[in-house]
Design a protein around this ligand. Structure first.
Ligand code: UD1
Ligand code: CA
Length: 464
């Protein structure tokens, strides 16, 4: 169920598209359902259905998730009625699991448990119940003296006595399709909200012996209604992600301040992650890597044994094995750093391939460049790749040495093993094995400084 507006989010974006640890809430819920073995998933959409469908197509593949439209939100019972046509060809004994698109922390194991409980119950219905840690306007589970589940009374419809019941409806159900088909026709909107309540199915199941309830911790089923809930759920998701990686052999010295998105992985054993590190998008980290304080890694692959010093920022890049990067290195999209290469402080790269053992240790801009094996880029080197209209390529062949404070005006090639003298502005190709120099020749004027000081001191004294 994901048709609701999510008014309290105060957002242009449909609620279920808000991200928890980098993955949309509806993405979490569907991933859990698939992990639990769901053969089909039908998303019930309404508010901004086209935008939600676009996310589902992007995340799960075009058309992989079936869509049912609930044009007008007339209650959770009505929402499920809208999905029945999508299930028209399914057999009566199939079990339908009904989940909320705004409760991303539900575990796949729990969905499997819920399904098994439904399968084992002759009444063909099971649901998750919870005791919230604070007052929540949830439906209350009403039982008879023997403990049989008789019905759910919604908060808005409940008497004072009923509100005192601690067991509440978490909002997740498994029902045999035959019962769903028959019972949804019998529910009425004769209640405080004037809605068709899905929860009325529980009273129907009572006529067949009663639904099973499974009590689960509130934190696992609590949904998101506003941005405060979103932050709470995000923190819980992040803790779960970090714990899972630590159990896989990753060291985090401050797991509370380590931000790893849900879709990141794998992260190899013996990798060490410092405080404040953010790893987002489709990123992965190899074994024995070191990612120090404050690094931000987005859609990037970091290979085994890479040593990344603090505050380095990577996006859409490939960082090779046993490289040394940072501190304060910025690798922008299209950067590839091969084995053992070094990038140091205040080096920015973009669409640049640094081959094995190449080094740019200080203050450089390397854009649209191919940098051969074992090249040394001096401090302050700039590839001038942009002429105001087009981007041009710089090629530096293996073993070349670029002296400090040089500009390479692209398109340009520096040949194999060539040298560029410090402070040169290179506009023409440099042949292999040669030295290119574009500096003005140095002149030394002997005694000039002494004479300059003396003359100025004299002038100053005269004016006092
Ligand atoms: C529902 C349950 C309540 C339970 C609570 C737990 C009903 C009648 N009540 O209440 O017993 O304690 O969840 O969170 O089911 N939705 C639609 N279409 C609609 C209405 C809702 O798709 O017409 C979706 C919402 O987007 C949301 C989910 O269903 O994802 C739950 O709806 P919501 O309005 O939040 O139900 P509650 O009133 O909270
Ligand atoms: Ca709700």
């Amino acid at each position: 169920m994901a048709a609701g507006m999510g008014t309290r989010m105060k957002s242009e974006k449909p609620k279920v598209l808000h991200a928890v640890a980098g993955r949309s809430m509806i993405g979490w819920v569907i991933t859990a359902a698939q992990t639990a073995g769901a053969k089909r998933v039908v998303a019930i959409l309404g508010h901004k259905a086209d935008v939600v469908k676009a996310e589902l197509d992007a995340r799960f593949g075009a058309g992989k998730i079936d869509i049912a439209i609930q044009a007008e939100q007339r209650g959770t019972g009505h929402a499920v009625m809208c999905a029945l046509p999508a299930l028209a060809n399914e057999a009566d004994d199939r079990i339908v699991v009904i989940l909320s698109g705004d409760a991303p922390l539900l575990r796949a194991e729990r969905i499997a448990q819920l399904t098994a409980a439904c399968a084992a119950n002759p009444a063909g219905m099971a649901l998750l119940s919870t005791v919230p840690d604070r007052d929540m306007p949830y439906g209350r589970l009403v039982r008879d003296a023997s403990g049989k589940l008789m019905r759910i009374v919604e908060h808005a419809d409940a008497s004072a006595d009923e509100r005192a019941i601690r067991d509440t409806n978490a909002g997740f159900y498994a029902v045999r399709l035959a019962h769903l088909r028959a019972d949804l026709n019998t529910i009425k909107a004769d209640n405080a909200k004037g809605e068709l309540y899905l929860t009325d199915l529980v009273a129907r199941a009572a006529l067949r012996g009663g639904a099973t309830s499974i009590d689960v911790p509130f934190a696992e089923v609590s949904g998101v209604n506003d941005r405060v809930d979103l932050a709470t759920v995000d923190l819980a998701a992040r803790r779960r992600i970090n714990e899972a990686w630590m159990r896989e052999g990753v060291t985090m010295i401050d797991a509370e301040r380590t931000f790893i998105d849900a879709d990141v992985g794998p992260i190899g054993r013996d990798t060490w992650i410092g405080p404040g590190v953010c790893i987002r998008g489709k990123s992965s980290i190899g074994e024995g890597a070191h990612i120090d304080t404050g690094c931000v890694i987005v859609d990037t692959t970091v290979a085994d044994g890479a040593y990344v010093k603090p505050y380095s920022v990577f996006s859409e890049s490939v960082i090779g094995p046993r490289t040394h990067i940072g501190p304060f290195t910025h690798c922008r999209p299209g950067t590839q750093v091969d084995e053992g290469a070094h990038l140091g402080n205040f080096v920015e790269t973009k669409k640049t391939h640094l081959m094995a053992g190449a080094k740019a240790n200080h203050l450089a801009y390397l854009g649209d460049a191919s940098i051969g094996a074992k090249v040394n880029i001096g401090a302050g080197t700039i590839t001038c790749n942009y002429d105001g209209f087009n981007k041009h390529k710089t090629t530096i062949e293996a073993g070349a040495f670029i002296g400090s404070d040089s500009q390479l005006v692209a398109p340009v090639t520096v040949g194999r093993d060539a040298f560029v003298g410090s402070g040169s502005t290179i506009t023409n190709d440099v042949p292999r094995g040669s030295l290119a120099l574009t500096r003005v020749k140095q002149v030394n004027i002997e005694g000039w400084a002494d004479r300059f000081r003396e003359a100025n001191a004299k002038r100053k004294k005269a004016s006092e």
